[in-house]
Write a protein that binds this ligand. Structure first.
Ligand code: SF4
Length: 162
């Protein structure tokens, strides 16, 4: 049976929950030369970054502006801080904690979703996320993209399936 994510979330929280897409400006090792340059062939963060989720703004401000935008459209909802743009575990643990904490200050924020590359998640980051999972609905969104190394090479992914 296919279970739709939106209905799972509504059942879990008893209300609609809106993701607020954030850009902490951490960049990506597949763009800055650490792993590669040019990025994955399909990657264009501008196509999905909302007006409020700009790296030039502090994370708390991105959350406030994103919530103000969606609060006008939908009533009585909760929010998930969604670190979406680029590689959101690409920093030391102290910096990540500061960013994630900034996004979780409001009482109406019930979750944390962190999108990243599979080769940018170390044990310290997992421990940090485990810490948040004690209080928040916490999701690590890993862009595996393909199980075929030939495809991963073709899209300039910078890692193999292994
Ligand atoms: S790893 Fe992610 S952010 Fe980096 S280039 Fe690929 S899709 Fe874009």
């Amino acid at each position: 049976m296919y279970r739709e994510y939106a209905s799972y979330i509504k059942e879990k929280f008893g209300t609609r929950v809106q993701k607020i897409a954030l850009n902490p400006g951490l960049g990506c090792p597949n763009r800055d030369g650490t792993i590669g340059t040019g990025g994955c062939t399909y990657c264009n963060n501008l196509t999905f970054s909302p007006f409020y989720g700009q790296a030039s703004k502090p994370i708390a401000q991105q959350m406030d502006e994103g919530i103000a935008f969606f609060a006008k459209k939908y009533k009585c909802q909760k929010y998930i801080a969604y670190f979406q743009s680029y590689t959101n575990t690409y920093a030391d643990t102290a910096k990540l904690k500061t960013l994630y904490d900034s996004a979780l200050q409001r009482d109406d924020v019930v979750g944390l979703t962190v999108a990243t590359r599979p080769d940018c998640v170390d044990n310290q980051t997992l421990e940090l996320l485990a810490h948040y999972s004690q209080k928040y609905y916490t999701v690590l969104e890993i862009g595996v993209e393909s199980c075929y190394d030939a495809t991963l090479r073709m899209i300039n992914r910078g890692h193999t399936f292994a």
